[in-house]
Design a protein around this ligand. Structure first.
Ligand code: PGA
Length: 248
């Protein structure tokens, strides 16, 4: 029997406008969302304030990135302190687009995780292998080493959700099968047990991301070690409600 609360994050990425996101948030506010699911919407930084003031307080808001220090001469960056100042409690870090489009290293992601947690933000920390890495048989090696860097920077695992997002499944319409997701999630939990602590392995939510839709969410959600989702494309559509309710 798992005590891990189901977690569904929406990652709006660089999409939407005040009008379209406003409509989406109205839909979320007025829909019957499973009270057993923790819901967090990842808004573009410019819209964090807007998202926090528009969404029902029961729905969390996340920034999609932040920098590793509180303030200073870092043109274009935002800090955890600013995110909190908007009433926002979460940040997504280490997303594959940050790693691969913007060249963020494991080391930088680790520093961001440490600073965000010190600033009392909660963190959705993303990991995942590329297609080449999967085909070369190095999936475990890759996700373990990414998780190690995150683990080195976490003191309080109560504020961390681990998102397994195979890069080949993100935005491609190619979802990991429920068995493929379960296999990696189970191994990650075993890794946490061996390298961090039993209670952390038992309590940390390991969520899956990569082309999750209303059509495939229920089967994925039925896997023992899949504790929720990080949803990109489908989080911008009314079907996000069905994904939130995948276990209802
Ligand atoms: P997708 O994105 O659902 O559009 O594949 C997932 C993500 O990038 O978090």
């Amino acid at each position: 029997m798992t005590l891990r609360r189901f977690f569904v994050g929406g990652n709006w990425k660089m999409n939407g406008s005040r009008e379209s996101l406003g409509d989406l948030m109205k839909t979320l506010n007025s829909s019957g969302l499973d009270q057993n699911t923790e819901v967090v919407c990842g808004a573009p930084s410019l819209y964090l304030d807007f998202a926090r003031s528009s969404l029902d307080p029961r729905i969390g808001v996340a920034a999609q990135n932040c920098y590793k220090v509180a303030k200073g001469a870092f043109t274009g960056e935002i800090s955890p302190a600013m995110i909190q100042d908007c009433g926002v409690d979460w940040v997504i870090l280490g997303h594959s687009e940050r790693r691969h489009v913007f060249g963020e290293s494991d080391e930088l992601i680790g520093q961001k995780v440490a600073h965000a947690l010190e600033s009392e933000l909660s963190v959705v920390a993303c990991i995942g292998e590329t297609l080449e890495e999967r085909e070369a048989g190095t999936t475990e090696e890759v996700v373990y080493s990414q998780t190690q860097v995150i683990a080195d920077n976490v003191k309080d695992w109560g504020k961390v959700v681990l998102a397994y997002e195979p890069v080949w499944a993100i935005g491609t319409g190619k979802t990991a099968s429920p068995e493929q997701a379960q296999e990696v999630h189970e191994k990650l939990r075993a890794w946490l047990r061996a390298n961090v602590a039993d209670d952390v392995a038992d309590s940390v939510r390991i969520i899956y991301g990569g082309s999750v839709t209303a059509a495939n969410c229920r089967e994925l959600a039925s896997q023992d070690d899949v504790d929720g989702f990080l949803v990109g494309g489908a989080s911008l559509k009314p079907e996000f409600v069905d994904i939130i309710n995948a276990r209802a």
